[in-house]
Design a protein around this ligand. Structure first.
Ligand code: GUN
Length: 277
């Protein structure tokens, strides 16, 4: 078997074209503010990529670059100012934050109506209750990609290797809402291979190159690679693409799979949030 490519780049472009038309019809354009604490090169790259994507669909964006030494109180003050600024319709706090800052405290300070990342307690709680408002971009991006390729979810066993609030937790809730059977694995999971071999759909967000080998994948499974690692050969995912694509039915490439979908959903969420205000 040679797997069909789940082409996130193509699907994201399609979504962005649709969104651009909707934004053109708006009187007041959405305005996204990305808060970047410190100067981590990968976080800077992510934020710059998001800003470029905003410009393509007609969303105004700005970056609030803050020093890594900023106090938690000062950061909360910045977010409170953005919450009350009527010209700002979306707020994104790029993660990770420096270790002296409590991530939950900061995310909780964002106005849920401007929470384009879907990480406030309100938005995650709403999702847990079975309602979708502003949902984590990566999780929704994966679901949108699977839906685009008409991959059935009901009754399927989905194994996710990641239990973060950005990926594993919101994704498991979205999939449960679609009546999938979900197993969430992480670094402490025992007998990982026994579980991955049962997966109809395997989703890996570990961040280790060639972590998923063909021996861990059931024949005909759908494989979604959310891993990102910087290597001498460039950006690679978690999946040993060559050997796994010979065994899977569908597979995402890295780059060009989940990454562009995450950005497309961020733009959709930013549009959606602007309509709440
Ligand atoms: N860091 C890595 N990915 C993300 C993301 O999707 N959103 C935010 N806020 N931070 C991230």
């Amino acid at each position: 078997m040679t797997a069909t490519l789940l082409d996130g780049k193509k699907v994201a472009q399609h979504l962005q074209q649709e969104l651009k038309k909707k934004i053109q019809r708006l009187k007041k354009k959405p305005h996204l503010v990305a808060v970047l604490v410190g100067d981590d090169p990968l976080s800077t790259l992510y934020v710059n990529t998001k800003e470029k994507a905003c410009a393509i669909v007609g969303i105004t964006s700005s970056k609030k670059q803050l020093p890594a030494t900023i106090s938690e109180q000062e950061l909360i003050k910045t977010i409170t100012t953005l919450n009350t600024d009527a010209s700002v319709t979306g707020i994104l706090v790029q993660l990770p934050l420096p270790s002296h800052i409590n991530q939950t405290t900061i995310l909780s300070a964002i106005d849920p109506k401007k929470d384009v990342d879907g990480m406030t307690p309100f938005q995650l709680g709403t999702l847990a209750l079975g309602k979708e408002e502003l949902v984590s971009c990566t999780a929704k991006g994966i679901l949108t990609l699977l839906d685009f390729y008409k991959i059935p979810l009901q009754g399927k066993h989905v194994v996710i290797i990641n239990h973060s609030i950005l990926i594993g937790k919101p994704l498991s809730l979205l999939l449960l809402q679609r009546n999938a059977t979900v197993t969430v694995c992480h670094a402490y999971t025992q007998n990982l291979e026994t579980l991955t071999l049962q997966a109809d759909i395997l989703i890996s967000g570990v961040g280790k190159p060639a972590f998923i080998k063909a021996s861990m994948v059931k024949k005909g499974a759908v494989v979604v690679d959310v891993g990102i690692s910087k290597t001498a050969k460039g950006i690679v995912g978690d999946v040993d693409f060559k050997e796994v694509s010979a065994k899977a039915s569908f597979i995402t490439p890295v780059p060009g799979g989940v990454g562009p979908m995450t950005i497309a959903i961020l733009l959709q969420n930013t549009y959606e949030a602007s309509t709440y205000q």
